[in-house]
Design a binder for this molecule. Structure first.
Ligand SMILES: *Cc1c(COP(=O)(O)O)cnc(C)c1O
Length: 454
């Protein structure tokens, strides 16, 4: 047997003790969110009706490191540290001199990186005396993760699931219910927002958010919870990149390029931020590639502007690349990547030229995912299939340049609940919707009035 290592594993003591906050390492003051009514900078008090103070402090923190509470670390140990793999079989299939590594988050109970933030969010809400969390879910990953975390801390959990996903992915609902959550098909008749939208039977993320916020706002013991985009969510996800650095050290190399998919930016940020800090502080020469769908090309085609985080315009305005808050992307199977904006922190990194963004169509990402599955076995979720597509491009470029390029990508979730999408790809019936010029013009026309960003 060859002694070529394929898995780099850390013991439980290696679960990180702190989260990494990149903001103090970035030049200049971050642009503040704006209150949706007054357009004045929004402060902690504007967030307190829906978030506990512990999370708001993390959201606005200027500390470079934030200690992970012992109870959260203890809970992380249920599945962390996650493995880092060297994809040697994939390398051989691609006939590349590149070394390809991937950090696998599919070993969590929910099958993705999302429990990394669900657990500390539930912990802070429980500490603040909150008894019940309400949220929306599109593809079902976030709802499953929050249901899992609520079950561990004894909180009630209520999930509004986008109608089309509710119909297509019954087993995601079964998972949430097994962990004790109640799941409503959205639009529901439980809320005014749901009743007002009864004419859109397949639902949308925007409608589901409105329903969840309405329920949370109507109960004193309930809060709303968000699974991506915000600073505190990216912060929680930095356990991924910290472990990956320790594992790359075991492998005796460091990545030349780090690649992850982007929906709201949390798995990308979680993997990249610890490596980005090495670039900013120590002059490490790592490149970063963010991969997104051509049907929802926020970073590659969006405009950098203040926009709402939600469809209805209830949340603060955030400075970000956006396709317009009421843009409804084509129903591609990477449901987790269908968001009109992105994390303001990540958008700032793209704007500063520290992160490169690329957009891919549906058939090319499934082709990449199937090549990966047929060499490494694991079936990727459609979202990280975008990162695999970018990895293949880098591996091919390395071959052309005759370079031993070191590539690290994030495999942020498995696709075991996404086999309907694989069926469609294998049957040749997947479409390749793209964002059109008309979509772009419509998006620009609907942006809110807000100060321009210099
Ligand atoms: C939610 C999700 C995403 C998109 O969210 P990010 O915040 O961009 O990470 C990507 N992949 C998977 C597996 C998800 O569950």
């Amino acid at each position: 047997m060859s002694d070529q290592t394929v898995k780099y594993l850390l013991g439980e003591h290696a679960v990180p003790t702190q989260w990494i906050n990149l903001r103090p390492d970035l030049p200049g003051e971050p642009l503040p969110p704006l209150h949706p009514g007054t357009l004045a900078p929004a402060g902690p008090d504007d967030l307190s009706p829906i978030f506990p103070m512990g999370l708001i402090e993390q959201e606005v923190s200027a500390e470079p490191e934030i200690e992970i509470p012992e109870e959260v670390r203890e809970t992380y140990r249920l599945w962390r540290p996650t493995p880092l793999f060297r994809a040697r079989r994939f390398e051989r299939a691609l006939d590349t001199p590149a070394h390809i590594y991937f950090k696998y988050e599919g070993v969590s109970a929910a099958g993705s990186h999302k429990p990394n933030t669900a657990v500390p969010q539930v912990y802070e809400n429980a500490k603040a005396g909150i008894k019940h969390l309400v949220t929306e879910t599109g593809a079902g990953q976030w709802g499953s993760s929050l249901a899992f975390a609520c079950s561990l801390f004894g909180l009630g959990c209520e999930v509004f699931m986008v109608g089309s996903s509710y119909d297509q992915k019954p087993y995601r609902r079964s998972m949430m219910e097994t962990w004790g959550a109640s799941v409503h098909r959205s639009p529901s008749d439980l809320t005014q927002a749901g009743r007002d939208n009864a004419g859109h039977p397949t639902g949308s993320l925007g409608i589901a958010i409105s329903e969840a916020v309405e329920v949370a706002a109507g109960r004193g013991d309930a809060n709303y919870s968000l699974g991506s985009v915000l600073n505190h969510v990216l912060l929680h996800q930095t356990v991924i990149g910290q472990e990956a650095i320790a594992q790359m050290e075991l492998a005796g190399e460091m990545p030349d390029v780090v690649i992850a998919c982007v929906g709201g930016g949390s798995n990308f940020g979680g993997l990249a931020i610890p490596f980005l800090r090495r670039v900013l502080r120590d002059g490490a020469r790592t490149r970063f590639v963010a991969a997104e769908p051509a049907a929802c090309p926020t970073l590659t085609r969006g405009v950098y502007r203040y926009d709402f985080g939600d469809t209805a315009g209830l949340t603060p305005l955030m400075p970000m690349y956006t396709l317009g808050h009421d843009f409804v992307p084509a129903p591609v199977h990477a449901g987790g990547l269908r968001y009109h904006g992105d994390s303001p922190l990540l958008c700032g990194l793209v704007r500063a030229g520290l992160v490169e963004a690329r957009a891919y169509r549906q058939n090319e990402i499934f082709e990449a995912a199937v090549r990966f599955a047929r060499t490494q076995g694991l079936i990727p979720a459609p979202e990280p299939a975008h990162a695999i597509r970018a990895t293949i491009e880098e591996a091919e470029a390395a071959r052309e340049a005759g370079e031993e390029r070191v590539i690290l990508f994030g495999l942020c979730g498995h696709g075991n609940f996404d086999l309907g999408a694989y069926d469609a790809y294998l049957a040749g019936t997947l479409e390749d919707p793209e964002f059109s010029e008309a979509d772009m013009d419509a998006a620009l026309a609907r942006l809110p009035d807000a100060p321009a960003i210099a």
